[in-house]
Write a protein that binds this ligand. Sequence first.
Ligand SMILES: C=C(O[C@@H]1C=C(C(=O)O)C=C[C@H]1N)C(=O)O
Length: 279
Amino acid sequence: MTTVRYCVNGKLVNGIAPTNRGFAYGDGVFRTMRLLNGELQDWPLHYQTLVADCSKIQIVCPSAELLMQEFKYFMASASEAEVQFSILKIIITRGEGARGYAPPAVSEPTRVLILSPLPAYPAEIYAQGIALYTCQTRLAHQPLLAGIKHLNRLENVLARAELKDPRFFDGLLRDYDDHVIEAVSGNLFIRKDGLVMTPVLESCGVAGVMRQKILDWYKTQRQTVLVTTLTMQDLLSAEAIVIVNSVYGVLQVSHIDEQAVSTNHWAKELRSQLHYVTH
Ligand SMILES: C=C(O[C@@H]1C=C(C(=O)O)C=C[C@H]1N)C(=O)O
């Protein structure tokens, strides 16, 4: 059984300083990706989003070369099983600082690499789809942080804590205007009236790499994806709904709460078109 292991600033250490701003204030960003047969899946796109997210909160993202150098060092002590099938989470914080919100004029970003076992998803989630629970926790509007995978994920934590019934794979997140935004763990697409749509993430939500891959793929097919506001009624009247992230790929939604929703083979088609290999 592989355990969770981590590397901080290129060293196999047992933790980070309590004065680290990522710990103290959530002052940082992260991305989570699969490691399959020693290859980080979609690394260039994950790095591109790390750079973009860092830039939006005025952190200078470490170079890809440094992160890959530290990743290779980290993996040198990995087991064969870890190299074959793992989840790598990369956290970039603003670094260490004195007490108080003021960002230090100069700071060295902290680079944290965390290796975890791949989740053992049941085959049924790919064969039969998944059920979503409509969370009571709502996403607040903050355009300055919308789309960024920053470390202030308490809304996701509180929403995920609502999922007590094992029938539900994940939760559905709305904002206070009753717009459907995303799943707790990923983004959402629907097909409705022959159109592909995904929630606009200008006020809240996280813009995931798998979401970007799907947007990019449809662009190569010269098919427009409507990035728009979606309501629960849009979902309940959709021809199909999928949730997507870099770990489980693309999953068809079969139920929202107790209600069965229209399903087809869209998720399977997208996994094939994106060459997503279930693990
Ligand atoms: C919360 C993390 O990552 C997010 C959650 C999942 C998941 O629950 O499957 C996968 C990728 C991210 N959207 C994390 O701590 O890695």
